[in-house]
Ligand binder design. Structure first.
Ligand code: MF3
Ligand code: CO
Length: 293
């Protein structure tokens, strides 16, 4: 990435209209320093301005409200198609657009992934939720051009101890990953905290699918995987916004495409359960801000 060298009195590259020396000059010197030490550092495109983060915050409010409504309404006997309708109606009522709808051909407004479905489950009037199911509802919102993304697990009725524990551990994984988010830390810190916790509980983590930068687009750089090691991978810097969304498997980590999944639905290869929670987080000057949960 070549980034043009700015003069001290030039307007900053971030669009703040402040002089470079009063804005991101020190920040860039820090990035240069770490780059010279051999680290991978974020590009300027990954750094959001306070105005952009405010836009993502507003989008996130809708995203959370939609998930809250799903949480109120979800029950055994309903179809995932009905969840899709709730998400579409509530998102648009609040002035947003469901980001999944028509995204690279995705046919619905939300992803609903039941039991052995790992992610990108497609809502359908044929999928009826039943007692004992676990389901991930993954809501993504565009508001005023800004994207937000989060997902939660729901346990339908009485679920097995096993399923409940998987859902709990998957949530703890996100929380432990989040606790690692700080400027000049590493994506690998997040990854290792998450995979260590999953493995300690006898579970595995999906390797092929990860989180992502988000804000001006649905999926931006960097890619946020969970196989990395502490102190490796890209460094974190204030202004980065990305998702943390590990998929935790009860059995093997391997996944495959469902043959009837319209090239979207990912399932576990061994047919065992998978659970996922997702949050959107911003890196701040001294830690993080959770935008969606
Ligand atoms: N919400 C998913 C994510 O966390 C994205 C799904 S893409 C879709 O990245 F088209 F399936 F919605
Ligand atoms: Co996401």
């Amino acid at each position: 990435m070549s980034e043009k060298k700015l003069g001290r009195n030039d307007p900053c590259w971030c669009g703040s209209q402040k002089k470079y020396k009063h804005c991101h000059m020190e920040f860039d010197e820090k990035l240069d320093h770490f780059r010279r030490e051999g680290h991978t550092v974020p590009t300027h495109e990954m750094i959001k301005t306070p105005e952009q983060i405010e836009g993502i915050r507003q989008s996130s409010k809708i995203n959370i409200a939609v998930l809250d409504l799903v949480a109120q309404k979800i029950h055994a006997g309903m179809t995932t198609e009905e969840i899709d309708k709730i998400v579409y109606d509530e998102t648009t009522r609040l002035g947003g657009i469901p980001a999944p709808l028509n995204y690279e051909g995705f046919p619905k407004s939300v992803c609903t992934s039941v039991n052995d479905q790992v992610c990108h489950g497609i809502p359908s009037d044929k999928v009826v939720l039943k007692d004992g199911d676990i389901i991930n509802v993954d809501v993504s919102t565009i508001y005023n051009g800004y994207f937000s993304d989060s997902s939660r697990m729901f346990c339908i009725g009485e679920v097995s101890e096993n399923a409940a524990n998987l859902v709990k551990v998957a949530k703890e994984c996100v929380e432990l990953g989040l606790a690692e988010v700080k400027p000049w830390g590493f994506l690998g810190d997040i990854a290792q905290a998450i995979s260590d916790h999953a493995h300690k509980n006898g579970y595995t983590i999906v390797r092929e699918i990860g989180g992502h930068g988000i804000g001006l687009e649905f999926h931006e750089d960097p890619w946020v995987g969970y196989v990395g090691k502490r102190g490796t991978d890209m460094m974190l810097a204030p202004g980065m916004v990305f998702t943390i969304e590990p998929m935790v498997n009860e059995g093997k980590h391997n996944v495959r495409m469902d043959e009837n999944g319209q090239d979207w639905i990912v399932v576990t290869s061994d047919g065992k359960l998978s659970a996922q929670w997702e949050i959107t987080v911003a890196v701040t000057e001294d830690g993080y801000e959770v935008l969606t949960y």
